[in-house]
Design a protein around this ligand. Structure first.
Ligand SMILES: C[S@@+](CC[C@H](N)C(=O)[O-])C[C@H]1O[C@@H](n2cnc3c(N)ncnc32)[C@H](O)[C@@H]1O
Length: 272
């Protein structure tokens, strides 16, 4: 397949990419026919999926605002995706213009577009790296000299830990990230689940096996374990729309239909 101008040489246009399928669902322009075909197939099986992705973004924005109001002014956003409207740096810098953000994604298209969007924004950085190698992410993040790991940090893992299969030891990945954070830091996770889900949703999730990034659905208990002994903020790990909605009317009749839990935890000095 002909590669459009300006795209990184390493991108594989013969397989759909999770980041580009996600971009398509969010109404973005950074996707190709192969991504749209898979997106349409998934959408025909689960009409809720586009809503799920939007609910995921909304959860992330609400969580980032809560962290900003708690005084956090630096963020490590891993699995950040292809930039769309209302990115973390936009939300954060609209509240605190000095907020610093490092975006990390495995997908070369997501990284290329992030770099383009952020050119000239000195308080942001972009790293292409794999969450399964958190030591590498931390080393690259430190090398950028943008975040101060001795101060509270917001670690954002929105819609990405389910791309880490059990044999890549997601518990160890999370432990490495938590260990790098100072007391007062926060961990934000949203993660797909099989709990309370109809069969069509589970079938659609299986289609992710066609991308380089297959999804592992997990239980509420397994996802809660990723926070370890950090203090889960109210209302705990819940279906995403139920996490501190801006208005009660924003919560759909069936919040479980979006198939993912969201939660935020703080590293209190006594923990760890
Ligand atoms: C569902 S999107 C979530 C985007 C964004 N965090 C949000 O909530 O809107 C998942 C992103 O995770 C990225 N991803 C998947 N596996 C990854 C890995 N092992 N390391 C880093 N990023 C990964 C994908 O490329 C994609 O951009």
């Amino acid at each position: 397949m002909q590669k459009p101008d300006g795209l990184p040489a390493e991108i594989d246009l013969s397989r759909p990419s999770a980041a580009r399928v996600y971009d398509y669902f969010l109404g973005g322009a950074h996707n190709f026919e192969i991504d749209r075909q898979l997106a349409e197939q998934i959408a025909s099986m689960t009409p809720n999926l586009a809503g799920t992705m939007r609910a995921g973004r909304e959860f992330l924005r609400r969580a980032v605002r809560v962290l900003l109001h708690a005084g956090v002014d630096q963020f490590l956003d891993i699995g950040s995706g292809i930039p769309t409207v209302g990115n973390v740096h936009e939300v954060a810098q609209s509240v605190n213009p000095k907020a610093r953000i490092i975006y990390v994604d495995i997908d070369p298209v997501a990284v290329a577009h992030s770099r383009e969007l952020l050119a000239g924004n000195d308080l942001t950085g972009v790293i292409q790296a794999d969450l399964r190698d958190p030591g590498h992410i931390l080393a690259e993040a430190r090398a950028l000299n943008l975040l101060d790991f001795d101060r509270p940090l917001g670690i954002l893992l929105a819609g990405v830990v389910h791309f880490v299969p059990d044999d890549s030891r997601p518990g160890d990945v999370l432990a490495t990230l938590r260990a790098a954070a100072a007391p007062g830091s926060y961990l934000v996770i949203s993660h797909s689940t099989f709990e309370d889900q109809p069969r069509e949703m589970l079938d659609a999730q299986r289609l992710s096996a066609r991308t380089d990034t297959e999804i592992t659905l997990r239980s509420r208990a397994e996802i809660t374990g990723f926070f370890e002994d950090w203090t889960l903020l109210e209302p705990g790990l819940v279906h995403m729309p139920l996490w501190r909605p801006d208005a009660a009317s924003d919560v759909d009749d069936k919040p479980e239909q979006f198939g993912a839990f969201g939660g935020v935890a703080r590293y209190d000095r006594s923990a760890g």
